[in-house]
Write a protein that binds this ligand. Structure first.
Ligand SMILES: [Zn+2]
Length: 455
């Protein structure tokens, strides 16, 4: 926004007030009701305030300025908040609902959509276009109950989208962004299939070879404003390369990135399918393995020894497996081969990890399939990974907040944390697919969805 050309006689105080009011108006126009009431009371019929602990009944959650101020027994009235005027309190009746913390998806690609022209994105679609596409997808994601994401793809556009959401210019989940993934030349994160001179123009600046370059890539991303660092230590299914799913980044390169990131207070998420690339990443000290398809007993030992999370992404193979492997597969042969390989382990690898007591956080890979289906991941955590519904819910709340390093503000409904909460009609602990039909979404005290009727 360009500064308005005010007369010099207007005092700076007035100017501030005018700018503030116009900003407020603009944000109201763009966002409708994105300003939280100062005080809100929610009557929760059933309340899972801390996933892993017993469900509570008939509680009132008192929210002040987007943060949980207290949780009390019974349904209190707006007149019962002491000095607060009742007309300043908004009351939300969720007494027929099951209320739980807002969900956290640790593996999204908000600005990505897989199209047949994916390899031309860099020359056909501007960062601005991708940011806008991401904004559309962000709203869809929040609408299904995901109130926070760790976005592990995209570039500069995702840093802009993160900031725009935080400033209420755009509706979406709270975003922690990597601002670009680090991979090796010709590897999973690189651009494939274009003339070398075109590739040189659009290749990611974070592509690196060798210890010095890889350190530089991590520092470059941190300078740009990355919250976390994402690397690819192995090949990936969707990259347009016949390089397979095995290790691509050497252990000294991984360690260089991990040490750099940790020295600057960033965690490292490693995309890894092949066993060699999983174990190299675990030995090098990454904080999470994304996918982890071919993990084995030694991996499980390393996960536990180094206190590393697995973020299995089961929905992508569940939704795309049949399509990718069918007779009319849209994928070129090398990708079909990789998809077929990954599918052989899709139903079992997370089960092995869970049985072996590896810590698991919720991630979906949304963007590889259409956005807004994220909560379907829960059924596969139960069916394929063998979790109880409670364990599955923990992955998307308590565990995800821990992996984000945000347990002080996210992951449970507790005093002092953000009022990020959702509600469903039935009991998700009896049937986890209840989470595929979220009726109420609040983020930081602001209501974004309220289908407040039982059915
Ligand atoms: Zn991914």
């Amino acid at each position: 926004m360009r500064p308005v050309n005010f007369k010099k006689s207007v005092s700076s105080n007035k100017l501030n007030l005018i700018s503030f009011i116009s900003l407020l108006l603009i944000s109201l126009i763009i966002n409708g009701n994105a300003v939280a009431a100062e005080w809100t009371i929610i009557h929760a019929g059933k309340l899972l305030s801390v996933p892993g602990e017993p469900v509570l009944t008939e509680k009132s959650i008192v929210i002040k300025a987007g943060t949980i101020e207290r949780i009390v027994d019974g349904y209190i009235k707006s007149t019962e908040l002491g000095a607060v005027k009742p007309e300043d309190v908004s009351l939300i009746d969720l007494s027929d609902f099951f209320v739980l913390p807002g969900l956290i998806d640790m593996h999204t690609h908000l600005s990505l959509e897989i199209t047949p022209r994916l390899r031309y994105e860099g020359v056909e679609r501007s960062q601005a276009y991708r940011a806008l596409r991401g904004a559309r997808n962000a709203k869809r994601t929040l609408d299904v109950g995901i109130t926070t994401v760790r976005n592990v793809g995209g570039g500069q556009e995702m840093l802009a989208l993160r900031d725009a959401i935080a400033e209420n210019l755009v509706i979406g989940p709270r975003v922690f962004a990597v601002g670009g993934g680090i991979g090796v030349t010709g590897g999973h994160m690189d651009t494939h299939g274009l003339l070398p001179e075109v590739t040189d123009l659009i290749a990611r600046p974070e592509i690196c070879d060798g210890v010095a370059e890889c350190r530089h890539s991590a520092r470059l991303l941190i300078r740009k404003g990355a919250d976390h660092i994402k690397i690819a230590t192995t090949g990936g299914v969707v990259s347009e390369s016949g390089a397979g799913l095995n290790q691509q980044m050497f252990e000294d390169e991984i360690k260089a990135i991990v040490d750099t990131a940790h020295s600057m207070n960033r965690k490292v998420a490693a995309h890894a399918h092949g066993l060699d690339g999983i174990n190299a990443a675990l030995r090098a000290g990454v904080d999470s393995i994304e996918h982890g398809t071919f993990l084995d007993k030694e991996s499980i030992r390393l996960f536990k020894r180094n206190d590393v999370y697995l973020v299995p992404t089961l929905l992508a193979p569940a939704l795309l497996g049949a399509k990718m492997l069918g007779e009319n597969s849209p994928l070129p042969l090398p990708q079909q081969k990789k998809a077929r390989l990954a599918m052989t382990r899709a139903k079992t690898y997370a089960r092995d990890a869970h049985k072996g007591n590896v810590k698991i956080a919720f991630g979906t890979d949304a963007g590889v399939f259409p956005h807004g289906m994220n909560t379907k991941e829960f059924r596969y955590l139960v069916e394929w990974a063998g979790m109880s519904p409670m364990e599955a819910i923990k992955t998307a709340t308590v565990n995800a907040a821990d992996l984000l390093g945000q347990s002080e503000t996210l992951g449970t409904l507790s005093v002092g944390k953000y009022a990020d909460l959702i509600a469903v009609n039935g009991d998700p602990l009896a049937d986890v697919t209840e989470l595929e039909n979220v009726k109420f979404v609040m983020k930081e005290g602001v209501v974004y969805k309220n289908d407040n009727k039982s059915d």
